[in-house]
Design a protein around this ligand. Structure first.
Ligand SMILES: *Cc1c(COP(=O)(O)O)cnc(C)c1O
Length: 486
């Protein structure tokens, strides 16, 4: 496909401006020549060429609205359009963040109510809505943990992280100055309790646990884990990115978790991918509420007010109040589903994942084979052994079948991992068709391995050198034969 610059023709324009009816003045007389840019090399195209160019690009995009997107750990579920309608109400979109409180009561109420709903659903004392994504919520959570021990004048230098954890967990611990210590996963896919007991000391601030974990398995010994942590004065942190598995079924607060970050853009149905705005609210147990970021909306009788005065707070973690439009969508989602709807969401997500797991089990290895939650993790080791086809080949081949590939090579403890999260919004027909594609690829891997290894065969770009793109990024437009400074 041609670049927009290649479609450019000197003098062609997408806008018609009437002849000037005042005398022309050289631009140097109006603007200090020092500030003038020369050679602004913009493409010159007609409006229709512009529209066709971007429409063609958009059709090459893959999203949930275009097809099945079983990207494990990311919960790429369908975002009901009613959420978009709510988020686009002019009263929300046109509100300036510096507008006075008296003009912002509706939006402040929305944030206040979202916090109350989240506290109820997850069994926490309160939530802070400022963090802009899951990793940011984690970071804020570890800042709260640190502040908690500073206030108690306890010196704790370590934080425990299971070997199955998302990479953002150790990163959040390390950014706050903790030494991160790895806890092993046991053969049944949970925390190795013996190892946890060995590592848990009075120098340990806490454990960051994903539940259900990144293998898609619920931590069976969660109460034991909590008692080991609390027994030595530590805090139990929940990476809540996988909350889609247990809405309305269990509450982290009741399981012994002291903190949890959510990914509204996963569980509460904001379209994501391509780095679009997210939101990673941090929920904490009652005794940790004083450390949450400021400002916070407080309610005084019927009025809402911004509270900045919180001497123990970790302070501000983001400009203004967080990604407000994502909060609107989350509240619209919660209110339109209601308690039964939320519970159904998780039940259906878990059912769908177990359906896919059962259908694919004869074809792909399952290193941790027990009832899964909202996602299931296969291994491509059988295909490597039998025909040298790797998980990355299988993922590329799926593109030819019209599916976004699952998450691959994560979690790190599963060799050749294939992590499938079908989520509740997909029909049985979609799951059947996807499983047929996966089975067909497993057959191809045996019968025509070269075909799978050279996939994708039908996409606009074929296999790319991924390492080169990361090591030598070059995003300049620099065609031969065209001058200009670039
Ligand atoms: C997605 C995810 C994160 C990070 O969330 P971001 O919003 O991408 O920062 C952290 N932990 C787990 C388990 C996740 O799946």
């Amino acid at each position: 496909m041609e670049l927009i610059f290649e479609k450019s023709r000197p003098g062609r324009s997408g806008a018609g401006i009437p002849e000037s009816d005042v005398p022309a003045v050289p631009v140097e007389q109006c603007i200090d020549p020092k500030l003038l840019r020369e050679d602004v090399d913009l493409p010159e195209v007609a409006e229709i060429d512009l529209v066709r160019h971007y429409t063609a690009l958009s059709r090459r995009n893959f999203g949930v609205d275009a097809g099945f997107y079983p990207l494990g750990s990311c919960t790429m579920k369908y975002n009901p359009k009613v959420n978009e309608d709510a988020a686009r109400l002019p009263g929300f979109t046109a509100l300036h963040p510096y507008a006075p409180e008296s003009f912002s009561q509706g939006s402040m109420r929305l944030m206040y109510e979202l916090r109350r709903h989240l506290s109820e659903i997850f069994g926490m004392g309160d939530f802070a809505l400022q963090p802009a994504a899951g990793a940011h919520g984690e970071l804020t959570g570890v800042m709260v943990i640190k502040r908690h021990f500073e206030k108690k004048r306890e010196r704790r230098t370590k934080i425990l992280i299971p070997d199955a954890a998302h990479g953002t967990n150790p990163a959040s611990g390390a950014l706050c100055g903790f030494e991160t210590v790895t806890v092993r996963t046991s053969a049944d896919g949970g925390v190795d309790i013996g190892h946890l007991c060995e590592l848990m000391t009075e120098e340990t601030a806490g454990l960051m646990l994903t539940n259900p974990n990144t293998l898609g398995l619920f931590e069976r010994n969660i109460e034991k884990v909590a008692s080991v942590l609390h027994g030595k004065g530590g805090l139990l942190y929940c990476d809540g990115a996988n909350a889609n598995a247990f809405l309305g079924i269990t509450r982290p607060g009741s399981l012994g978790f002291d903190l949890i970050q959510l990914n509204l853009h996963k569980t509460f149905s904001t379209p994501h991918g391509c780095g679009g705005p997210g939101s990673g609210p941090l929920g904490v147990a009652r005794e940790l509420v004083p450390y949450l970021p400021v400002p916070r909306v407080v309610k005084e009788r019927t009025r809402y007010r911004w509270e900045y005065d919180a001497p123990d707070s970790v302070g501000r973690v983001r400009s203004f109040y967080g990604n407000f439009n994502v909060m609107v969508k989350a509240l619209a989602y919660i209110r339109s589903l209601g308690p039964e709807g939320l519970r159904w969401t998780s039940e259906a997500a878990v059912l769908n994942a177990n359906y896919v797991k059962a259908k694919l089990a004869p074809w792909y290895d399952l290193p941790y084979n027990r009832t899964c939650m909202h996602e299931c993790v296969f291994s491509g080791t059988r295909q490597v052994r039998e025909s040298g086809v790797h998980t990355s080949d299988i993922a590329k081949r799926l593109l030819d079948y019209g599916y976004h590939p699952p998450t691959i090579y994560f979690p790190l403890i599963v060799p050749e991992a294939i992590m499938i999260e079908p989520n509740e919004t997909e029909s049985r027909e979609t799951l059947d068709a996807f499983c047929e594609a996966m089975i067909s690829i497993a057959r191809e891997a045996k019968e025509e391995p070269e075909r799978v290894k050279s996939a994708p065969l039908t996409t606009p770009v074929r296999r790319m050198d991924e390492v080169k793109a990361a090591r030598e990024p070059d995003v300049r437009w620099n065609p031969a034969g065209r001058g200009g400074r670039r």
